[in-house]
Design a protein around this ligand. Structure first.
Ligand code: ADP
Ligand code: MG
Length: 264
C-alpha cells in the first residue's frame, strides 16, 4: 500500500516537474529521497537539497549559453592560465575574477606584446563573468568597427549602442593591430562614450597608450577616449616573451622589443 502510494507520488512529482520545466527535479527528488531517509533529514532539508540541485544545474546551463553567445574565438579559463609566466598580474586578475568590476561598470585594459596572454585573459574574465550571470560579447576592434559602421549606415547607430549597453561586458580585442580611418575612430569613440559609467569594456592592445594616437589618427580623439576608458579602470601590463614561442629558441620578435621599449 505504502509503496503504491510512493509510486503515485513519484508520478505526480514527474508531472509537476514537467509543468515547472524543471525535469531534473524528478531525478534529484528520487535520488535525494533515499539519502534523506537514510540520514533522517527534515522535510525542509530535503526540499532545500532538491531545489539546490535544480538551481545549480540552471546556473551552469545559463553560463554555458552565455559563453556560447559571447563569441569567444576559443574558450579559455583562468584555471588554464599559467600565472608563473605573468606573476605581476596574478593578484589583480584574481580580484577581477569575482566580477565585481561589472556591477561597478569598471573597465579593464590589458596591454602587452604579442603572445603574452591578453586574449586568453580577456576571454577568461568573460567566461568568469558568464558564470556570475553577466552577458558579454567578444570581438576584435576591427569587427566592432564593421558592426558599428553597418549600424551607422542603416541609420540605427543609437539603437545599436543602446542594445550593446544591455550587455554588461563588451570585449574589444586587438586595439592597435590596424589603424582606424577617421569615421571608424569616431564610431569607436561613441562606443566608449556610450558605455562610460554604464557598462564595462575589456580592451586589449599590443600598444602602450602613447601609441593609440597613431591608431585613432588623431591625438585629441585618442586622448578623450583614453580619458574615459581609464577613469574607472584597471590597467594590466603583461610582459615578456610570447607564450606561443616558449621553448622554441626564439626569444624575441621585433614587435616585442619595440613595444617593451616604448612602454618602459
Ligand atoms: P595575445 O592575445 O597577448 O597575443 P594570447 O592570449 O592569444 O596572446 O596567447 C597566445 C596563446 O598562448 C594562447 O593559446 C594562450 O592560451 C596561450 N597563453 C598565453 N599566455 C599563457 C599563460 N600564461 N598560460 C597559459 N597559456 C597562455
Ligand atoms: Mg590576442
Amino acid at each position: 500500500m505504502a509503496a503504491a502510494k510512493t509510486s503515485e507520488t513519484v508520478k505526480h512529482i514527474t508531472y509537476l516537474a514537467g509543468v515547472l520545466k524543471a525535469p531534473r527535479i524528478t531525478e534529484a527528488a528520487a535520488r535525494l529521497a533515499d539519502q534523506a531517509r537514510d540520514a533522517n533529514w527534515t522535510h525542509e532539508d530535503y526540499l532545500a537539497a532538491v531545489l539546490d540541485r535544480e538551481v545549480a544545474a540552471r546556473n551552469a546551463s545559463g553560463a554555458r549559453l552565455r559563453i556560447k553567445a559571447a563569441g569567444f574565438p576559443a574558450v579559455k579559463t583562468l584555471e588554464d592560465f599559467d600565472f608563473d609566466a605573468q606573476p605581476a598580474v596574478r593578484n589583480q586578475i584574481t580580484a577581477l575574477s569575482s566580477g565585481a568590476f561589472l556591477t561597478e561598470a569598471r573597465n579593464i585594459v590589458l596591454l602587452g606584446p604579442p603572445g603574452t596572454g591578453k586574449t586568453h585573459l580577456a576571454t577568461a574574465l568573460g567566461v568568469a563573468a558568464a558564470g556570475h550571470g553577466h552577458r558579454g560579447l567578444f570581438a576584435t576592434a576591427t569587427d566592432w568597427i564593421t558592426r558599428l559602421t553597418e549600424a551607422h549606415h542603416a541609420g540605427r547607430l543609437a539603437a545599436e549602442l543602446a542594445k550593446l549597453r544591455r550587455y554588461g561586458l563588451i570585449i574589444v580585442d586587438e586595439v592597435g593591430y590596424l589603424p582606424f580611418e577617421q569615421d571608424a575612430a569616431n564610431l569607436f569613440f561613441q562606443l566608449v562614450s556610450s558605455r562610460y559609467e554604464h557598462a564595462s569594456l575589456v580592451l586589449t592592445s599590443n600598444l602602450p597608450f602613447s601609441g593609440w594616437a597613431g591608431v585613432f589618427g588623431d591625438q585629441v580623439v585618442a586622448a578623450a577616449m583614453i580619458d574615459r576608458i581609464v577613469h574607472h579602470a584597471d590597467v594590466l601590463t603583461l610582459k615578456g616573451a610570447s607564450y606561443r614561442l616558449r621553448g622554441r629558441g626564439i626569444d624575441s620578435l621585433p614587435s616585442i622589443r619595440t613595444t617593451t621599449e616604448t612602454e618602459n
